[in-house]
Write a protein that binds this ligand. Structure first.
Ligand SMILES: Cc1ncc(C[n+]2csc(CCOP(=O)(O)OP(=O)(O)O)c2C)c(N)n1
Length: 324
């Protein structure tokens, strides 16, 4: 067998935890328990989990507005994540950041980001720091197809390429930027082709196949650690849920979404492969699923009971000009 059983269990656990976490967050949001906005990562689990499986705890990632999956894949804890999404005090940002600002520096998760295209230069900064310290870490920037058209893409990728920084740019091409389909805003089929313009490798991978993602991520990590510079990975996938929870999705049909999900559900694909190959049994997967569901229920129960931050903490931990 190519992969250890424990490693396969780990992959499944992380992917299923993301799926169940997102489904639960969607349900709670519609039930009015969660403030703000939430963007779900359902159907894209294999990208975050596959890439993070090629990293260590010391490596860095930067994330997006659709960041819960990246957090879980990098090893952040469900309890403080859920509390943060509820806006409660035990949350990662003491309840003051919400869904789009979750970070856990202890596992190298440098933060979700409400600014589309805001992650490139954070990752490049982390990669530059690693290069200067000669400490061997790599920094991964996850970004969407919409974000690939921000000017910050050029700034970040060009600098990382020119300085041979240990950065990896992982495009999650889910075909949609809010209501806008990819084909209407791009004159090329593959975002990965842009790598040529920076003199770095550009790779297209099936973002619904965790094994394929792991392999391209491992190659990019090895190249970055050897001092050879960045790689641009384009993981093709599809956004299964609306742009945000509550999106009426008038710009596409339910049939189109269902067609993609039926053919490309990364978790179903994984289960078929590992069971078909005799690597894991259905009972193994069921047990992992049940454990993940229990952990999420506990996180929800704890978040419901937790206090909101006190009014006196409004300005604590924030930089506000004129307020000390
Ligand atoms: C600088 C900036 N411009 C616009 C927005 C509004 N906005 C939020 S998400 C989004 C679409 C992002 O699409 P994509 O990068 O493909 O990521 P996806 O939502 O598909 O994961 C936009 C335009 C924003 N948050 N920040």
């Amino acid at each position: 067998m190519e992969y250890e059983r424990d490693f396969l269990r780990h992959l499944y656990r992380r992917m299923v935890t993301i799926r169940l976490f997102e489904e639960k967050v969607g349900e709670l949001f519609l039930g009015g328990e969660i403030p703000g906005f939430v963007h779900l990562y359902v159907g894209e689990e294999a990208i975050a989990v596959g890439v993070c499986a090629a990293l260590t705890d010391k490596d860095y990632i930067t994330s997006t507005h659709r960041g819960h999956g990246h957090c879980i894949a990098k090893g952040a804890q469900i309890g403080p994540m859920m509390a943060e999404i509820f806006g409660k005090k035990p949350g990662y940002c003491k309840g003051k950041g919400g869904s789009m600002h979750i970070a856990d520096f202890s596992v190298g998760m440098l933060g979700a980001n409400g600014v589309v295209g805001g992650g490139y230069n954070l990752a490049v900064g982390a990669a530059l720091a690693a290069q200067m310290r000669k400490s061997g870490e790599v920094a991964v920037c996850f970004f969407g197809d919409g974000a690939s058209n921000r000017g910050t893409f050029h700034e970040g990728v060009n600098m990382a390429a020119a300085w041979k920084l240990p950065a990896i740019f992982v495009n999650e091409n889910n075909q949609w930027a809010s209501t806008t389909p990819y084909r209407t805003t791009n004159n090329i089929e593959d975002i990965a082709d842009r790598a040529k313009g920076y003199g770095i490798p550009g790779v297209v991978v099936d973002g619904n196949d965790v094994f394929a993602v792991i392999e391209v991520a491992k190659a990019a990590v090895a190249r970055a650690r050897e001092g050879l510079g960045p790689t641009l990975i384009e993981a093709k996938t599809y956004r299964i849920k609306g742009h945000f929870v509550g999106d009426p999705e008038k710009y596409r049909t339910k049939e189109e979404v269902q067609k993609h999900f039926t053919a490309n559900d990364p978790i179903k694909n994984f289960a078929q492969k590992v069971i078909g190959a005799g690597w894991l049994k259905q009972a193994d997967l069921d047990a992992i699923h049940a454990e993940a569901a229990r952990e999420i229920e506990q996180a929800v129960a704890a978040a419901r009971q937790a206090p909101y931050p006190d009014d006196s903490e409004l300005y604590a931990d924030l930089y506000v000009e004129g307020v000390s």
